[in-house]
Each structure stands twice: as C-alpha cells, then as structure tokens.
Design a protein around this ligand. Structure first.
Ligand code: FAD
Length: 380
C-alpha cells in the first residue's frame, strides 16, 4: 500500500479514523494542536461527558474498544423531567429497553489515541495547523516557537468545527460554506456525588429541567457525580447569561427556576463564575473532498448543536462508512472520497437540522401537558 495518510486532529473522530486506517495497513500520522491529554492535565474539549448511541457503539466495536468502554458507560433508559413545581415525570426512550450511554469524553478520547498508536499511528502533539494549501497539500504548523512545514499525501481534516482544512477549502473556487450560531450558549455545572459516594439523582436517566426558552440537563458520571449543562440565551431581559451579573442573581434565578437541582449543587456559584460560557455552532460545507487528495470528517465536515446527542456518533459513522467504501473500492481514493461525500453529506445536513429541532422539543415540548399525556397513553 503506497499512500500515507495525514490526519489533522486527535479528537474523537481523528483518533478513531487513525485506528481504522492503520488497521487497513496505511501509514498514519496525526497532528494535534493540544498537548497529550494522557500525560497533561488538560480539559478534553467541548463537554465532560457525552451520549453514545448505536452508531457510536458500532464504530467502537470495529475499532476493537467496545469492551474497554462498556464498563465506563452508564445506560440512560429514558429522560427524567423536572418540573418548576418540583414534581418529576419519567419518559422511557424505547419499548424494548433501548438506551443511550453516558461516557466520559476524556476517557474515550484517551483510549482511542492509545489504540491508534497500538495499531501503528504516530501522533505529534502541540502541533497547531495554521495553514493548508489545498492544491498542493502542503501544511504549516505552529510547534512551540517554530513554524513546521509538512507535505501530506492523503489528508483528512478531523480538526473540529473550526477546522484548518475547512478554512483552506473555503478559499478555493466553487466551495459553498455556511455557519450559524444559536442565540443560546451553554455552561457546565456539577452535581457532586452524595456523601456515601452514591448518585443524588436516578442514575440511569438523562435529567432535563425544561423551561421553554432554556433548559438544564444532567448526565451521570461513573464517580457518582452528574455533569449539568445549562443551555441559556446569551442576551435578554431576565433569563440570560447577560442578565445574571452577580452571585446573588445566579442564586435567586436557580432557586426560583430549578429549586430541586439547586439543593444538589453546592458549588453552583463557583462553577457559574469559573466555567466558560460557550457558543453553539452549526456548519455546512460542500464539497467535503478534493479529488483523491483530501477530505473533511466529523465536526470539520458537519458541526451540529448537541441536542440530538449525535455529533460524535455521526462523526464515528463517517468513519465506518469510509471503511465500507475502502472494502468496496480498494485504494482508489478518488472513488472512495466521492462516494463518501455522496453518502454522508445529506446525512450530515439532516442530523444538523434535527439537532436544532430537538432543542425546541427538549426545552419546551417534553414538558407540554399534551406531550406528556400522549407519552402516558403510549405506555398503556
Ligand atoms: P473535536 O472533538 O472538536 O476534535 C477536534 C480535534 O482537533 C481536537 O483534539 C482539537 O484540539 C484538534 N484541532 C483543532 N484545530 C486544530 C488545528 N488547527 N491543528 C491541529 N489540531 C487541531 N455528540 C454526541 O454524539 N453525543 C453527545 O452527547 C454530545 N454532547 C455534546 C455536548 C456538548 C455541550 C457539545 C458542545 C457537543 C456535544 N457532542 C455530542 C458533539 C461532539 O462533541 C462532537 O461532535 C465531537 O466532539 C466531534 O469530534 P471531532 O473529533 O470531529 O471534533
């Protein structure tokens, strides 16, 4: 096999892609902007934990790490809705005990990196790609205080929503690209484990506090804690990040709107002050590949908002579809990348739209009395 592969980004998708391509016999090199999270104490990225669905499990099985991840995955069989009056309602996800699984993003990413290296891939950390010449595949990196040039053969951009390869594509002729920010952002907060180390809320559920224009959610972690995420307007009169200026504002707002959650959050004020407020972007681009030279994958191709819990899962599915096409077309990369784009672009766009629609469902409709009644009748 003659071609060597360069991947930008050792995140979830880049690391999984490296496993798959290395196992296929390609010589794979990854360049990652951050230090190695297995040795440095750095945050793993956009959320502490995330939900893995069937698409994700399929990909992890192919990578050979399903068994390693299963023990750190907590099934969530339904959503537990917390109403403003303190009452709660439970909605099961499926009739056959289907579940999505809460997994630590950091642990998953670390395992994928290690498996990629074991399969033969090399990862260069602290290499931030600053420029891609999409016509020649010449890459420029910032490494410590030096500029490093690399000539890539086959190149994948798995470097997330603000991908350097995507930026390179945007400068080329006949490339359509768009990005769209929600008026809402998010902030992560914590419900720590109970004093005996147990969970302070039902463990095997995704908890939602739907409040029409905003919501709080909580996913369980294996240490007994829950990571909460507040999805909240950036600006606005009363309920917005801009409006909560002081600790007293935050405390009063939470007491009024999330009374049953606030008593489980002893570090609320500290978390609210110290944790970043992050934005939520959807991106689209076409094409996803340039001849047999390069392609975008994962968030670099289709960054979506998190309300469908499918961003990583869809990126993982990009990898498994690519693997199927390698089996079909051998090493004819012009054909593989063309078919990959054809199969995946429409799905990337669709899941992006569904994710935005599900925000309205999660924050609003799930607490609607009509919706609750329909769910109750479905159960009967
Ligand atoms: P990323 O995870 O963004 O990884 C990109 C990697 O590239 C990073 O390591 C980064 O450091 C590196 N990089 C970036 N730029 C450069 C550069 N210039 N040079 C070199 N390296 C670079 N998805 C789900 O499936 N389920 C969920 O429950 C879920 N929950 C979410 C919750 C939140 C709050 C958010 C924001 C997202 C959530 N997602 C979820 C989406 C998920 O996080 C992404 O879809 C997933 O991380 C995409 O993986 P990726 O590898 O494509 O990109």
């Amino acid at each position: 096999m003659s071609r060597s592969v360069t991947i930008l980004g050792a995140g979830l998708v880049g690391s999984l892609l490296a496993v798959i391509l290395s196992k296929k016999g390609y010589k794979v090199t990854i360049y990652e902007r951050r230090p190695d999270m297995r040795s440095a104490r750095i945050a793993a990225g956009r959320s502490i934990n995330l939900a893995v669905s069937v698409r994700g499990w399929n990909a992890l099985e192919i990578a050979g790490i399903k068994e390693a991840i299963e023990p750190i995955a907590i099934p969530m069989f339904g959503r537990s809705l917390h109403m403003p009056d303190g009452s709660a309602a439970y909605q099961q996800y499926g009739k056959n005990n289907e579940a999505i699984y809460s997994v630590s993003r950091g642990e998953l990413n670390k395992k994928l990196m290690t498996v990629a290296e074991e399969a033969g891939a090399t990862i260069f950390f602290d290499h931030r790609c600053t420029h891609v010449n999409v016509h020649t595949n010449e890459l420029t990196f910032q490494h410590e205080d030096k500029e490093v040039k690399v000539q890539a053969d086959l190149l994948f951009g798995a470097d997330g929503a603000f991908s350097a390869l995507r930026s390179g594509y945007v400068t080329a002729d006949r490339v359509d690209a768009s990005q769209f920010y929600l008026a809402h952002g998010y902030k992560e907060l914590t419900i720590p484990p109970a004093e005996d180390g147990g969970f302070r809320l039902a463990k095997e559920a995704l908890h939602i506090w739907p409040r029409h224009n905003y919501m709080l959610i909580a996913l369980p972690n294996t240490d007994g804690s829950f990571t909460c995420t507040l999805f909240f307007p950036f600006e606005g009169a009363e309920a917005s990040f801009a409006a909560l200026k002081s600790d007293a504002d935050v405390q009063a707002f939470f007491l009024k709107n999330f009374p049953d959650a606030v008593e489980l959050m002893p570090t609320l004020l500290e978390d609210f002050r110290n944790n970043p407020t992050a934005s939520l972007i959807t991106t689209r681009i076409f094409p996803w590949h340039m001849g047999d030279k390069s392609a975008l994958i994962g968030d670099a191709a289709h960054a979506i908002v998190p309300f469908y819990g499918q961003g990583m899962n869809a990126g993982f599915e990009d990898c498994t579809v690519l693997l199927g096409l390698m089996d079909e077309y051998g090493d004819d990369w012009e054909k593989i990348l063309g078919a990959y784009e054809q199969k995946r672009k429409c799905n990337g766009d669709a899941v992006g739209e569904l994710a935005i629609m599900n925000f309205v469902e999660m924050r609003d409709k799930v607490a609607d009395p009509v919706f609750l009644e329909r769910k109750r009748l479905e159960k009967e």
